[in-house]
Write a protein that binds this ligand. Structure first.
Ligand SMILES: Nc1nc2c(ncn2[C@@H]2O[C@H](COP(=O)(O)OP(=O)(O)OP(=O)(O)O)[C@@H](O)[C@H]2O)c(=O)[nH]1
Ligand SMILES: [Mg+2]
Length: 333
């Protein structure tokens, strides 16, 4: 399945981890006496630290192998994946280091007097605490990344997907709501204030996903910031068909020329995806003339308002997606 970041556990802070390790160690020590108490304390503290640090790292999926390119790019737009990887590898280092300290001090707690053993054990604790504090920043950054990524909404990149683009007010949401059953499903992403509209419909027992992208694919590329640009790249991995919607009446508030420029830039960027130009609001056709119709060179015209051609557009989109379901027995080949 697509979303792989939702089950990430919270990452402990260095302070929480040290507290936990040392208080459990104290309890373990109390249950015993003499040298055994010192040995047990060291073992408990070192294990808790190295296990917990290791778990922080292994809780993360492998971005390259486990993440669909859509989520990989999306994650990279939201957090710096290289920096995150670096933090994870530092934490792994600290986990190994804790085990090494354990191995180094263990022999010193044997065949000696209790006071000497206690002295060594305290030294080992100081070094363990020091190791954990060294990755303090990394633990915080990992937890921040986890919080930022955890709430990415459920877009399934494996489902055949139609993406709707176009200037504000051209009728994107009206279209998505019209052709999908569940109304008004929106998903908020950290890089758009408007919320991505999500809908589903079925054709021939295949579930299609239709995604409305206000705040992203609704203005010229030059007006997008870096994060938005990267989110658009992520959408390239998601889209199986792109519908660029135009409002030739320009009642949306944007001149047709600007809308056509957006259409051309989207077609250029999404060169591997079929892009259909859809002129909406034909019920307002009296406000434009043939020169606009020629300029648009639209693949389809429709009116979501009257319902004219809406079904035709949807069918054209399904055809452009050209989805071949993988049968279960074919998957392993
Ligand atoms: N006359 C006419 N109005 C339409 C048609 N389709 C949508 N509208 C109207 O156009 C306005 C904008 O429609 P939306 O669906 O919200 O447009 P949008 O592209 O989702 O806009 P943003 O979410 O701001 O990007 C609404 O008032 C709709 O009722 C149509 O076919 N004809
Ligand atoms: Mg909308």
């Amino acid at each position: 399945m697509g979303m792989i970041f939702e089950d990430l556990p919270t990452t402990p802070t260095s302070e929480e981890l040290i507290d936990k390790a040392f208080s459990r160690a104290a309890r373990a020590g109390k249950a015993k006496g003499g040298l055994e108490a010192q040995q047990s304390m060291l073992q408990t503290a070192a294990n808790i630290i190295s296990d917990n640090l290791e778990n922080v790292v292994t809780a993360w999926p492998d971005f390259e192998y486990d993440a669909h390119p859509f989520y990989y790019e999306l994650a990279d737009a939201i957090v710096d994946v290289d920096a995150l990887r670096q933090s994870l590898s530092e934490v792994m280092w600290a986990s190994r280091k804790a085990r090494e300290i354990h191995e180094e001090y263990q022999p010193r707690l044997r065949k000696t007097d209790v006071d000497t053993a206690r002295k060594h054990r305290k030294q080992a604790f100081a070094r363990l605490a020091d190791i954990v504090e060294q990755v303090d920043d990394h633990l915080l950054q990992i937890n921040e990344a986890r919080n930022d990524l955890r709430h990415l909404p459920e877009i399934n990149p494996d489902e055949p997907t139609i993406v709707v683009a176009g200037y504000p007010n051209v009728g994107k949401s009206s279209f998505v709501n019209d052709v999908t059953s569940a109304r008004g499903e929106t998903a908020s992403y950290p890089f758009t204030t408007k919320g991505i509209g999500l809908g589903h419909f079925e054709r021939d027992h295949i579930r299609y996903q239709i995604v409305d992208t206000p705040g992203l694919l609704d203005r010229p590329p030059a007006e997008r910031n870096e994060i938005e640009s990267q989110a658009v790249s992520a959408i390239e991995h998601l889209a199986d068909c792109m519908l660029v919607m135009l409002d030739p009446s320009a009642e949306c508030g944007y001149p047709l020329d600007s809308q056509l420029e957006l259409r051309d830039s989207i077609a250029a960027q999404f060169e591997t995806v079929p892009v259909l130009t859809i002129a909406n609001k034909t019920d307002r056709a009296e406000v434009w003339d043939d020169s606009r119709t020629d300029a648009m060179n639209a693949d389809y015209t429709m009116s979501v308002e009257t319902g004219e051609n809406v079904e035709t557009v949807l069918e054209a989109a399904v055809e452009a997606v050209d989805y071949e379901p993988t049968l279960p027995f074919e998957e392993e080949r």
